[in-house]
Design a protein around this ligand. Structure first.
Ligand code: ADP
Ligand code: MG
Length: 247
């Protein structure tokens, strides 16, 4: 307390006349310092979460194309979409209780990325770290590790750290054996660390099991894991079809 009293006395000497001191006792100054320190460390933690995804891929966790996707601007036409929206919403609201994973399966343009980005944007607003990345981008990043003479383990560590990792376009390209091993490893490590994974895919259950490994897909179901089939048509063709015919 002596140092704090000294500091306060020195501050009082420096203060121009007429300025009302913010602290009149050493205790008040100490309490203020502690509170500022606490606020600062909360801010640093938030910042760390934000930059975590940026550090890995040199971009924000959600690509520009899907930056504005929310639950609000997801249009519902039919029970399937209503169900998908409600599951995605409750996934976001309950995030952090357990480590529930999700799989959104369906053909291109059906809104898998839209709902995954809506979940991601919701979590980012709560200062969680989120990374949505295509398997192709992930493989490029892994190759960059090799080219730079680094092992992939630092990358895997970073992928373990984000609060939500969403693997996009799983199964779009026919992956090499190495790709399968790596994906298997990424999902396996996260689930072992009780961290959730989202998977966006055009594959059905059996095909996904063949790609990620039966055991890993089984583990995605743990802790009330969610599987949603996006069975409707592409959003763009729906929009086009609903436009009045013009010559
Ligand atoms: N139900 C929907 N309501 C509003 N926009 C949608 C809906 N479904 C898809 N979209 C939009 O259509 C585009 C393609 O959807 P996307 O989520 O990328 O499809 P997928 O990932 O299934 O291929 C995106 O711009 C997305 O925001
Ligand atoms: Mg997509």
């Amino acid at each position: 307390m002596k140092n704090t009293s000294d500091l306060l006395r020195r501050l009082q000497r420096l203060m121009p006349a007429g300025v009302q001191p913010r602290f009149t006792t050493a205790e008040e100054l100490l309490a203020w310092q502690q509170e500022e320190g606490r606020k600062r460390s909360v801010e640093v933690e938030k910042l760390n979460n934000k930059v975590r995804a940026e550090k890995i891929f040199g971009r924000s966790g959600i690509q520009n194309l899907h930056r504005n996707c929310t639950f609000k601007n997801y249009e519902v036409k039919g029970d399937g979409q209503r169900h998908a929206l409600s599951l995605a919403k409750s996934y976001a609201m309950n995030f952090g209780n357990g480590f529930t994973s999700f799989v959104f399966s369906g053909s291109p343009g059906t809104g898998k990325n839209h709902l995954a980005a809506a979940i991601g944007n919701y979590l980012l607003a709560q200062n969680r770290s989120v990374l949505i990345v295509t398997v192709a981008d992930l493989m490029l990043r892994v190759r960059a590790c090799y080219d730079g003479g680094q092992s992939e383990s630092a990358l895997l560590d970073e992928l373990d750290r984000v609060d939500l990792l969403v693997l996009d376009e799983v199964g779009i390209q026919k992956g090499s054996q190495h790709e399968k091993v790596l994906l298997n490893q990424i999902v396996d490590r996260r689930l072992a660390a009780m961290k959730p994974v989202g998977v966006l895919t055009n594959l059905n259950y059996d095909e996904l099991a063949a790609t990620l490994g039966e055991r890993v897909v089984d583990r995605l179901k743990m802790d009330k894991g969610i599987w949603v089939n996006f069975t409707w048509g592409s959003f763009r063709s729906q929009v086009r079809n609903s436009q009045p015919y013009r010559q």
